[in-house]
Design a protein around this ligand. Structure first.
Ligand code: SF4
Ligand code: F3S
Length: 104
């Protein structure tokens, strides 16, 4: 599966949503997540994210993000079309420690 990671927080560009063939993105206040049991591993979303927030869970150190994607995709609403990012999205692009600062 692919997972959405910290770089999505406060950016939410949603380009990923537009290309996913199985509509497996779910939307929270500050970030999106992927439902790992619905993701078919096609990989098309990864290069679409301007914040480079989407990664295959085969990369090292992503256990926390796999768990978070699994948990919140079961709670948050499905998002199936692109929307405008927050006004300050670009200011938060690449920022460090966004999980600690903003995740709720
Ligand atoms: Fe959707 Fe493919 Fe990305 Fe999985 S890898 S979330 S199926 S676009
Ligand atoms: Fe987030 Fe990137 Fe999608 S910033 S909403 S994972 S395009």
């Amino acid at each position: 599966t692919y997972v959405v990671t910290e770089d999505c927080i406060k950016c939410k560009y949603t380009d990923c949503v537009e290309v996913c063939p199985v509509d497996c993105f779910y939307e929270g206040e500050n970030m999106l997540v992927i439902n790992p049991s619905e993701c078919i591993d096609c990989g098309v979303c990864e290069p679409e994210c301007p914040a480079e927030a989407i990664l295959p869970d085969t990369e090292d150190g992503l256990e926390k993000w796999l768990e978070l994607n699994t948990t919140y995709s079961a709670q948050w609403p499905n998002i199936t079309s692109q929307k405008s990012p927050p006004d300050d999205a670009d200011e938060h692009k690449g920022e460090k420690d966004k999980f600690q600062k903003y995740f709720s």
